[in-house]
Design a binder for this molecule. Structure first.
Ligand code: GDP
Length: 473
């Protein structure tokens, strides 16, 4: 019949495509990474590059701009009014100070919505004369929250066992001393006193923060470190019972005495999993279309072998949240939606241009196993190295008659420094490497903007094109 005729089917397909293109598009982009990985700097730069984008902007690989199809970008009221507003203006104000400051880091979830007006590429839209608007929602959330995913599959007893395992590490045991002391004098079969729980939980939190300061990244519960809006809420006032005490007091954690310490601790743990972790996945995470994960490989190298491995392990766990197909906890919770996932080694302005390739290789070596799985699940992944806010300049310097690539930037005190930060390894070096030479990537103060509107960057245009270019073709 006519309706099966290829000509009709083609026309129908064409009308459908045209109609889809007429309808304004929407992308929900999420940005995460562990504390200090560069989320705030990244979103600030992303918003800045878009809002300030014009013919002079340094975004040669952002096709909608290089093809002169971008009409304008402005900030709009964010969709979720329960989230904080991403503090773009504050961040820019800090960067524009005479003695510029880095913006305040991510503490919880926040959001910004941009309306991007553009013209469709020629050919596809010959019949469409109107401009199109892409609505881009950007959500910032701590990567630490994703480390909590495995807790959904545990009960309080299992979590206790896991904590006991972690405390076998002598360094962690040292850091936990004060908490262990306080947790060891409680009689867990007695009726619980809320104040005692609160105090001991805060010692547990101090222990996790101390671990973080020592370079540990794999810390649970994630919201103890970054509580977001839950700071001081009783749902965060629990802790594991030291294993020696469980034995000594002959406690039955599965069937504790009602209202006893053991009972209240177990029920708070359960609350945490069902009322804090689960809703994050169900209400927010499942709505993201695209995800950027920032990884600060260079600081981990600075800190040494253990820190580097801890970061690798944390990334492994973090990626569990994206393995929809194989992870039954997640497939019970929501259906997959993310179709593009970018791993970006951040702060690439700390190394010379010739080392950028190595940095991407190093990142890839960390992601290797988990990434294979993701490709299997039909998510397009990409790894890259970027500097959201480039704080150094690269050049060449003559040393002993030889030209070597160097970086120039300002240190914490605003003094100009020129240095050769050295080679980036393409995979994690053996432990003894650090005792011989180690790494020392510098920390720069933010660049002087001197009236410039756009922030200097490395590869933010390529990243933008990968993240939203296809929606603007
Ligand atoms: P967050 O905790 O993930 O929000 O991390 P931030 O975005 O606050 O970044 C933490 C710190 O890393 C900043 O204060 C800067 O010192 C540094 N940083 C982040 N991005 C860059 C960058 O692109 N270049 C340089 N040189 N430093 C950066």
């Amino acid at each position: 019949s006519f309706f099966k005729h290829p000509q009709f089917l083609r026309t129908k397909q064409h009308i459908k495509q045209t109609a889809e293109r007429l309808i304004d598009q929407h992308v929900s982009l999420a940005v995460t990474g562990l504390s200090g990985s560069g989320k705030t700097a990244f979103i600030t730069s992303l918003v800045n590059q878009l809002i300030e984008a014009n013919e002079q902007a340094h975004l040669p690989f952002f096709s909608v701009l290089s093809e002169s199809r971008l009409i304008g970008v402005k900030r709009d009221i964010q969709p979720d009014l329960t989230f904080n507003r991403f503090a773009y203006e504050d961040a820019m104000a800090n960067l524009r100070l005479e003695n510029a400051l880095w913006p305040d880091s991510t503490r919880g979830i926040s959001q910004v919505r941009l309306k991007i007006k553009f013209k469709r590429a020629k050919g596809l839209s010959q019949y469409i004369t109107e401009d199109t608007t892409l609505t881009l929602d950007i959500t910032d959330y701590p990567g630490e929250w994703l480390l909590d995913l495995p807790l959904l599959n545990m009960n309080y007893l299992q979590w206790n066992n896991q904590c006991a395992q972690e405390l076998l590490d002598p360094k962690r045991r040292d850091l936990a001393a004060e908490f262990m002391l306080a947790a060891s004098v409680i009689d867990y079969a007695e009726k619980a006193d809320e104040l005692v729980l609160k105090n001991v939980a805060s010692l547990y939190k101090n222990y996790l923060v101390a671990c973080q300061n020592q370079g540990y990244q794999l810390l649970q519960p994630g919201r103890f470190i970054l509580p977001g809006e839950l700071a001081d809420a009783p749902v965060l006032q629990f802790f594991p019972i030291p294993s020696a005490i469980i034995n000594q007091q002959n406690l039955d954690i599965q069937q504790p005495v009602a209202e006893s310490y053991a009972d209240v601790l177990a029920s708070r743990f359960n609350h945490y999993t069902t009322d804090v972790i689960k809703p994050f996945y169900q209400n927010h995470f499942k709505r993201f279309d695209r995800q950027v994960i920032l990884v600060d490989c260079l600081s981990a190298l600075n800190r040494g072998y253990d820190s580097f491995h801890d970061l690798q392990k944390a990334l492994d766990w973090l990626m569990g949240s994206f393995e929809y197909g194989s992870s039954n906890i997640l497939s019970r919770l929501f259906k997959p939606k993310i179709d593009k996932l970018v791993f970006a080694a951040s702060k690439a302005d700390h190394i010379t241009p010739d080392q950028q390739v190595n940095l991407v290789k190093l990142l890839d070596s960390m992601l290797h196993q988990a990434r294979k799985q993701l490709q299997f699940d039909g998510v397009t992944t990409e790894s890259t190295a970027i500097a959201a806010i480039r704080a150094s300049q690269s050049g060449l310097s003559q040393i002993d008659g030889e030209e070597i690539p160097v970086l120039k930037g300002s240190d914490n005190l605003g003094q100009t420094i020129t240095l050769y930060p050295g080679e980036v390894p393409t995979s994690c070096p053996p432990r003894d490497f650090w005792s011989k030479q180690g790494f020392e990537y510098p920390k720069f103060s933010p660049p002087k903007l001197q009236g410039a509107h756009s922030l200097p960057h490395i590869r933010m245009d390529q990243l933008l094109d990968f993240l939203i270019g296809d929606k603007m073709s």
